[in-house]
Design a protein around this ligand. Sequence first.
Ligand SMILES: *Cc1c(COP(=O)(O)O)cnc(C)c1O
Length: 432
Amino acid sequence: MHYFRYINDKLCCEGVSVYSLARRFGTPLYVYSQATLVTHYQKLQSALAPVEHLICFSVKANSNLSVLRLLASLGSGFDVVSGGELQRVLAAGGEPSKCVFAGVGKTEAEIEFALKRGIYCFNVESEPELERINRVAARLRKTAPVAVRVNPNVAAATHAKITTGTYTTKFGIPFEEIESVYARAAKLKHVRLRGVQMHIGSQITTVEPFEEAVRKTVPLVQSLKEKYGIEFFSVGGGMGIVYESALASGSPRWWEGPAGKDLLTPTRYASRLVPLLKPLGLRIIVEPGRLVVGNAGILVTRVEYVKRIGSKNFVIVDAGMNDLIRPTLYDAYHEILPVVRKRNATFCADVVGPICESGDFFCKDRVLPKVEQGDYLAIMSAGAYGFVMASNYNSRPLPAELLVNGNRVAVVRERQRVSALWEDEKLAPWLK
Ligand SMILES: *Cc1c(COP(=O)(O)O)cnc(C)c1O
């Protein structure tokens, strides 16, 4: 669900016209709806109410300081995957004691920083990492709280690049080896076994893979609780969202998604998992990223040219794959809507950016309302893995980001200045 609606044929983010934002702040432009974000967080929060739980927002999905601050103010914890993300959380006022630190490649410096700040737990992805954490903690005369990430070897029915819970990926420790790893970890003097974690992938749109992974892992978790007194079980993130909102067709029931599909809502997710998790008597952690912010953001772009090559139409816009890489990286679908609806003819076109790459596209052979130079388009559901993956390729400055709250608008990141692109560069002395 989200709070983007047409009012008198103008797309609005909550109470603000997107057209007015595009005129005022320029394009390409990310616009986030605070109400959408808060609603998703609260829906998950109340669905999980029957178990003691902590939501750790996955910072890699959207790390804007205002987004993090907003979530921190709702009581959210954070799932970070680098020292940089932890520093961002701290800069936004997040509590380190509610942070979990995942990732297969934690450096000594990152471990030291996180230990000194007092994070809730390191989610460990290999035995060498466990040994490194123990060594760093010993040097600092500390005890590091750790959980081991279980790779349950469960297929998640999602895109290969966002599958993480099978033995063909680099993540976690194989299910069968977990007991022996805990036995060895229990002998390390400077780590404390605090929990167990898993995360099977992203954009998983049915509850079955989660259920399968939890069913498979629960007996193991129970045994670890009895042997080592662990206090939490993190079931990770990965809850999928609806990218096809059918807002284009004007269906009043669009939030229920495509007809006949059992959407993964927080309620459905919790109603299937809570009965399996509750008997453990452990604190349950979830690490949603996309579910919270995905539908809360759009990327607004302006049509620069419409051209025809052979039988194909191309709509060339001022946003590129450097601003939103999901279509080319994950074959991702994003709905594309006119910012001002004109109810005129439709045509079939590719929407592409200005970057010199054939992979620079937002959609292919899509039936769209006929657009012309100067029109604005909204690329929907771009709040997760959008801006965070933006780059300066082709020397394009990063877009601005806005946060809308009812009728209020805040620039939460200024559009990057072009001169900032080479601010850190230096001429070699022999070229001066
Ligand atoms: C990326 C990631 C998440 C969040 O995934 P979403 O699909 O955005 O919910 C959660 N936990 C870990 C360990 C991750 O790497």
